[in-house]
Design a protein around this ligand. Sequence first.
Ligand code: ZN
Ligand code: ZN
Length: 516
Amino acid sequence: MSESLFINSVYKANLTDMYKLLVSSKINIHECHDSRGMNALHIGSLNGNLSVVKFLLMYSRKVYKSPDMVKDWNNEKSEEGFIPAHFAAYRGYIEILKELINAGADLYARNNQGLSLMHVAAQGDQALVLVYLKNLGLDPFSLDNKNSFPLHWAAYMGCETSTAVLLAWGCDTEGQDDDGHTPLHLATIAGNSRIIRNLLIKGAKRSVKDKKEQRPVDIAIRENNKNLIHLLKEVKVIDECCLKPPLRKPQPSYLSLTSFIVLFCIGTLVNLVLRTDHKNYTTYAYGAIIFFSDLFFVLLLSKDPGYLKAKPEKDLLKLYTNYENYLVCPDCQVYRPARSRHCQSCDKCVEKFDHHCPWVNNCIGAKNLGLFFTFINLVWLSLMFTIALNIYAMIEHMESNIISMPNEVDMAFSIIFIVIAFIFAIPLTLLLIVHYKNFINNRTTNERFSKSGNESKVSSYTVSFENKRMGCWRNFIDMCCNMTKHNRINEEKPTNQSVESSYYEVMERLKLVGED
Ligand SMILES: [Zn+2]
Ligand SMILES: [Zn+2]
């Protein structure tokens, strides 16, 4: 009777009642269990009550005076085979977990399914616990009884943060459990497109079949989930030519860059050769624009866009302790300031991320946004000049100082140049309009096309900052020169668990018990 009253008071986290019952009825604290075979430490850990756990451990040490007894109690398994530390790890109660580990909790404990502390931390989406356990030497690649990695569980439970952390540690995306499921199969069963994207970017294969001969896309088809079918369908050659190529592990590609350089060089050289007229000063202006376009192009190729660098004094444990999970990049081991984002192509976090530009093979961010803006203006101007010069040449029958050719050939060249310049000018004009609008509104392309818009706090990694409305002109300068640092809203993590005031009162009384 007293035991069940005691367990009730543990559930209610009523320290005073717990203490009174223990002292008055002289019950053995180690013998009290609830209907599921959980002892008082299990219950305190599951409910995240640090005061209760600290009190229970202290009471056990003081009254029974046997470290082994405390340790055995701390490693007692519930009916499902969980020790109290499993619950603390699953729920992310790091302070409780530390208390339990200090009191001898078995770091390598497994439940009846073979789930380790790492597995349950992954199931609970507890990034901080995962990092803490890894720092203690636990293996993030351990297998349970069904041959599932923690990554399998993270994907199956739809845990985005723990998936990201485990993938950043290089966890195997190809591992198959006893049912033949890869993490990609399980993320598809969970219906989580963000995890699927992350897995594909880290190299997960779409073609792996489970024991029922099903690929992840077959599961998506069965569930009639069009979004996932689109992500998971086998990649065909035609898909590669789309504006948005299929997701995969980024590989360095210089195709866009090379074709851009070749086209630009041929176009400008031929134009300069055919249209240079020493008496016409417009051609000098044209040459100057080409020169500056090239100069800015080279600068853009080589300039650091504002990659965020990891600081040795701020390791992943400190980052996850101090900041909300979505503000930390486990790949780069950095805190993401407002407006920054991890670029999948560069595999680095970029401050004030605008977009990744394949044409210059570089990210566009805080440190080169102004350069990029000037560059696209110059390229646009050079295209306009090309069109104007060639129209002028057609009308005036302008003759080159460098080579001469029949009128018909010259005319044909002019038409070809005008058409090509138009083809490039149309998308470039749209790009310019977007960037002028962005600059006036102090908004990056990424923020512009982010589904959540500027106001959301958590759904995008880049938003939740105080967008200072400064007027068009100041916005423009700010975007060009990266002058203002935008602060996040509520960037600090809520304070850690702490003990309640009643804890100290009871502990004072407990001191006296120890002296009896
Ligand atoms: Zn990153
Ligand atoms: Zn990039």
